[in-house]
Ligand binder design. Structure first.
Ligand SMILES: [Zn+2]
Length: 448
């Protein structure tokens, strides 16, 4: 593969320029025009390196599809990625404008560079390098969506409707930050998520707290009582049945966790949370990968502006999310939340579910894990870190359930990529290294 790696090094400036052209397109999922431009350009980038491509409609933003014949008899690899980006928000906090990619300190700064444009660009340029050097690969199919940051709403239906077209032996995708050592990083699954609101309404309008206090019930207190009933004094979720379906940890899970370090003091200092200082590595990783959360992400009721307003507000809302671990089901969990509220006398608390994503996990004993880990090791000379799961949520279940195939992720961005935040960035060397890793994965799976 040395000739392929040399080709990648020799063409690095062009690869970076091509990536920057994508980063200039502000393809936030809700910007239909930019989404269209990005999807079309991506289809072109796949055709250029030899893919048969289709720009396909979905129930939301278009899907970019491409396929490349590879070695007969070798397993087909389905590559997933997303070309939509988070909104840049807070543009004033960016050192350089979010959609004008800028290089500083060996990094490219731009919205969407790590999440996810440089990551799927690495796969595309890997194919270019293999073909330019006359190297064979596994048959490859690409599916790139434009709605990941808004919950991949169309993807599961699209996969179901195009089972035959997408059928493959393994899904290999790149997203997310590397382990904090910046060594090559593999992860095998993710937690799921349910985003929802709890709402209480009492009167039909706000009233004077002197004239109507003690008479008109206060929705803020009502909501807080409902929320406190949902966990005990130690912080354990008290919703009956909430923990029932959690897949127990096995020997393999403990082995993988045992190999992961964690610097609690460093994170504690960085976040100004002293409780983290003494947290053991095993406890940290178990909490993030193997235990569900019940999180309040926002509380809204009454007057939030300056000073005091003497009112009994009419409404109170809690913005919530639940992170689910393997084998919890979003529908079942939300039914349990409803049952809990009703049983505790909170039938008046309304639940509004926004988006959900199921949890999913590929076993570390799966046949594709070892060859992919070996390919990354060979391409970099570094020992890959293998994470059983990601704490966050990605649409792995769409492939695992929709196609019945394992899904293996490689995180290519640096661990401090600042995705979803100002100054999102990618270390240039890691982008170049990612192209080499993808090239070796596609090439070695082609020999299997
Ligand atoms: Zn993201």
């Amino acid at each position: 593969m040395d000739d392929v790696y040399r080709y990648i090094d020799a063409n690095r400036d062009r690869f970076i320029a091509e990536l920057k052209a994508f980063l200039r397109i502000p393809s936030v999922a809700t910007d239909a025009a930019a989404v269209r431009v990005c999807a079309e350009k991506l289809t072109g980038a796949l055709s250029e390196v030899g893919f048969k491509t289709r720009l396909m409609p979905s129930s939301g933003n278009p899907m970019v599809y491409g396929e490349l014949a590879g070695n007969q008899g070798a397993p087909t690899v389905l590559v997933y990625g997303h070309y939509d980006v988070m909104p840049a928000d807070d543009v004033g906090s960016w050192t350089s404008p979010p959609f004008e990619p800028t290089e500083r300190d060996g990094r490219i700064f731009a919205r969407g560079v790590g999440d996810n444009k440089a990551q799927h660009m690495a796969h595309i340029k890997a194919v270019e390098a293999l073909r330019a050097c006359g190297k064979t690969s596994a048959p490859i199919k690409f599916v790139l969506e434009g709605e990941e940051e808004t919950g991949s709403t169309s993807l599961p239906g699209f996969v179901r409707d195009h089972r035959e077209m997408l059928q493959a032996d393994v899904c290999f995708a790149a997203d997310g930050p590397r382990h904090e050592s910046n060594r090559p990083t593999i992860y095998l699954g993710c937690r799921g998520v349910i985003g929802f609101e709890l709402k209480v309404r009492t009167a039909n309008r706000d009233v004077h707290s002197g004239n109507r206090g003690n008479v008109v019930p206060n929705p803020g207190w009502r909501l807080l009582d409902a929320l406190s009933s949902m966990r005990d004094a130690k912080g354990t979720v008290a919703i009956e049945g909430f923990h029932d379906d959690i897949r127990p940890m096995g020997e393999e899970d403990f082995r993988l966790l045992g190999a992961l370090g964690f610097d609690g003091a460093k994170m504690g200092k960085e976040l100004a949370v002293p409780e983290l200082d003494t947290m053991a590595a095993r406890e940290y990783h178990e909490r993030v990968m193997y235990r569900p959360t019940l999180n309040i992400s926002g509380l809204v009721s009454g007057h939030g502006g300056e000073g005091i307003k003497n009112i009994v507000p009419a409404t109170a809302t809690a913005k919530m999310d639940i992170r689910l671990v393997a084998d919890q089901s979003p529908d079942k969990i939300m039914a349990l939340v409803r049952r809990h509220l009703d049983a505790r006398g909170f039938g008046d608390v309304e639940i509004v579910v926004h988006d959900t994503m199921k949890p999913s996990r590929t076993s570390s004993g799966n046949n594709f894990v070892a060859p992919i880990v070996a390919a990354l090791r060979e391409a970099t000379g570094q020992e890959p870190v293998v994470l059983p799961a990601l704490g966050g949520s990605i649409p792995q279940y769409a492939f695992v359930e929709g196609l019945g195939i394992p899904c293996i992720w490689s995180a290519y961005a640096n661990w401090d990529e600042h995705n979803h935040a100002p100054n999102e960035n990618m270390v240039v060397e890691l982008f170049i290294q990612a192209i080499k890793m993808s090239a070796n994965v596609f090439h070695s799976l082609g020999k299997a």
